[in-house]
Design a protein around this ligand. Sequence first.
Ligand code: OAD
Length: 239
Amino acid sequence: MFESIRGKILDSRRIVFVTGAGISQESGIPTFRGKDGLWKNYDVMQLATIEAFYDHPKLVWEWYNERRKNIFSTEPNLGHRAISELEKFVKVTVLTQNIDGLHQRAGSTEVLELHGSIVEIKCTNCNFKSEILSEFTRIPPLCQCGNILRPNVVWFGESLPQDVWQKSIIHASTCDMMIVVGTSLVVSPANTLPIYAKQNNATIIEINPVETAMSSYMDLSIRGTSALILPEFVSIFKE
Ligand code: OAD
């Protein structure tokens, strides 16, 4: 499956992964688009906005609390584990749109979370930010300053954390191989990362069961699930 670029794979020194919801699908976490994109009959795209949060803070918090519990009850899958194992052979950086922390739990040491983290909260008003250490006694939870706390995630229409984004651009612009896994590549600016990689003449591989908006941009586009394909990729380094 990787035969045509096997040499390039073995010569690579800096591999950057760009991951999305699809890599966690085989851990039992639903993706956003397609048939999975509903929660209690709400379109999840409509819930993931600051407007939805201010209109229905309790509802949005219930959605995040349920997702957080679901994430804690799941495990990283063979796809996450393969990426972490790859660190034995080559420098690996993971730029993820996921907020689930599964890459870190699988052992990846360099993970940049473009869209924040579901295990963190921040205040809608002051600078307070923290990990969620216990279940909330009140929903929505309140900050000591009296304002509502929100999940520390990026919602539609919001900017990415600028430090994370700037570092991501540097990683994408300096890698020699980028592997895009489990993302529909329709959300900006994360979907511009392959363009930065291409400008550095990096080889770009996509792993996804279906074609995406950028499949034709890839040097190699593999149709399959990440838990199946990523261990195959890592096995090239073990031969
Ligand atoms: P999407 O739900 O848009 O896309 C998931 C992709 O994963 C699709 O292309 C699927 O074909 C693919 N997929 C499904 N199962 C897979 C598997 N087992 N292995 C590999 N690929 C699989 O999710 P994202 O692209 O991550 O942002 O969405 C990007 C952003 O949109 C999310 O981070 C979130 C969402 O709104 C915010 O909340 C800001």
